[in-house]
Design a protein around this ligand. Structure first.
Ligand code: AMP
Ligand code: GLY
Length: 465
């Protein structure tokens, strides 16, 4: 069977694993992204180095290479109308157009869509574009709240009350600074629970879930430091998580399905990957955010396990018609990802450091290497760190602890200055999360007076279809 020529847009580790999975189904891969990623360079037939906002040039280049399918990795490509430009050039594309992509690029849009269509899992929220609206929004918030810039910030602009700020006034000042920067700000009740990521293949109508992943968002061990794009992640062999039941997962899938339907009812067709960032609360899963693409690092967990007959075929169906469920298969194994990042990442990352990887010894441990924000060094196995997440190591095994141990065993085969969170997927950390959910589940039922508001309506009822 002839394989479609596929363009992968983006230069990170997420795009590296997408390209590697396509290469497993023997599809010729082309890459367009902002820097030369050594892993992608080794896989690509051709490589265009270009900023992601240059959508028309990327699609022209794809046409000139007779590309037959495109996959958009980063949100910046979606925000820039990358999918619209590629589709206009006649190239089927995995990734929503700019308008449907607002599900990620505008948190205000996402919240309002959920509200209009009564999609379950909506936290109490208010959006504001002026100081007056901000004060009204603050009045409607409970004691603990979260401040979010509505637009894209690479997961780094969200400030959580009690963690990133302590007093209401501090929260207000941060929100005001976002308004002064010309943005829309979203305030939300602070949810208590454990986070999980659920991604799905979406062909405009049907939603095919992937294994659930837990991402570690904070920069430092012990979940300290700033929010980041994600320092690492794990997934469990049963495709759930140690603290997440089948019923919780089904509710989350229901939320994604209802969201796709809501978009369709507003005339927005969604063909791509839909990512739900959820908090499992006492009342079930609530939506923290949507992403219009694979998560990073979550893509590394799920695509390591992808076991469908043909990834290129699956993506082609997603982009052009309906997905055949037989294509969506994953190995029942656990995975652990840890990112090696430049020193100071999350605050003031120091770029330019060199990492040397003993690739063969790492692979002998059944650990995979995916390159992120790094460029090729002067000799094989050598890479130069940029300012973002550098190299991802992925362990796969029958149990989480074993996959985690494999990654740790691989670390001595990387030399150079980097930071890694050793606590990711450690048994003690996972146990603390399970205990947290147990405590929440056995706590007395939700009491609206627990979070007294100064004004504003009672929280809306939650319906499950
Ligand atoms: P977001 O980009 O909206 O997913 O937010 C980034 C991170 O901030 C999330 O992964 C959570 O850790 C935290 N966060 C966001 N919204 C809330 C919320 N309503 N309650 C508690 N934590 C939140
Ligand atoms: N890991 C979270 C994200 O990809 O946005």
């Amino acid at each position: 069977m002839r394989r479609p020529r596929v363009l992968v847009v983006g230069s990170g580790a997420r795009e590296h694993v997408i390209a590697a999975t396509l290469a497993r189904s023997e599809a010729p891969v082309y890459v367009a992204g902002p820097w030369v990623n050594p892993g992608l360079r080794a896989l690509a037939r051709d490589y265009l180095v270009i900023p992601l906002d240059r959508a028309p040039e990327i699609s022209q280049w794809a046409r000139s290479r007779n590309v037959e399918l495109a996959v958009l990795g980063p949100e910046a490509a979606i925000a820039a109308g990358g999918a619209d430009a590629l589709r206009k050039a006649g190239i089927p594309t995995v990734g929503p157009g700019q308008r449907a992509g607002q599900i990620e690029t505008s948190k205000a849009f996402a919240r309002q869509l959920m509200e209009r269509h009564e999609v379950p899992g909506l936290p109490r929220y208010r959006s504001a574009t002026s100081e007056r609206e901000l004060d009204e929004a603050l009045d409607a918030m409970p004691q603990d709240f979260v401040v979010k810039p509505s637009g894209l910030t690479g997961g780094k602009g969200v400030w959580v009350g009690g963690v990133d700020f302590t007093t209401r006034e501090e929260g207000r000042r941060y929100a005001k600074s976002l308004l002064d920067g010309g943005g829309t700000v979203v305030l939300e009740e602070r949810l208590d629970g454990e986070e999980f990521s659920l991604m799905a293949f979406v062909d405009g109508t049907d939603v095919f879930p992937m294994p659930v992943v837990q991402d570690y968002k904070r920069a430092l061990e012990g979940n300290q430091g700033r929010n980041t794009g994600g320092m690492g992640s794990y997934s469990e062999r049963g495709f759930l998580l140690p603290f997440l039941s089948q019923e919780d997962q089904e509710r989350a899938v229901g939320i994604l399905t209802r969201t796709v339907r809501a978009l369709r009812e507003e005339g927005l067709e969604y063909r791509g990957i839909l990512y739900g960032g959820f908090m499992l609360t006492q009342e079930g899963p609530k939506v923290l955010e949507f992403n219009a693409r694979f998560g990073d690092p979550e893509a590394l967990n799920v695509l390591t396990l992808f076991d469908g007959t043909d990834f290129a075929d699956l993506l082609f169906q997603l982009a052009t018609g309906r997905i055949d469920p037989a294509h969506v298969e994953f190995r029942r194994r656990a995975t652990v990802v840890k990112y090696l990042v430049p020193p100071g990442y999350g605050d003031r990352p120091r770029a330019g450091g060199v990492l040397r990887l003993d690739v063969r010894r790492i692979q002998d441990l059944a650990v995979s290497i995916y390159y992120g924000s790094v460029t090729p060094g002067t000799s094989p196995g050598e890479v130069v760190l940029g300012t973002s997440r550098g190299v991802a190591l992925v362990g796969e095994s029958s149990a989480i602890w074993e996959a985690e141990a494999r990654v740790e065993e691989a670390l001595p085969f990387v030399t150079g200055e980097y930071y890694v969170r050793h606590d990711i997927a450690k048994a003690s950390d996972i146990k603390a999360r399970v205990d947290h959910i147990q405590r929440l589940k056995h706590a007395p039922p939700f009491d609206p007076m627990r979070n007294p508001t100064r004004s504003g309506p009672a929280p809306p009822p939650v319906f499950f279809a």
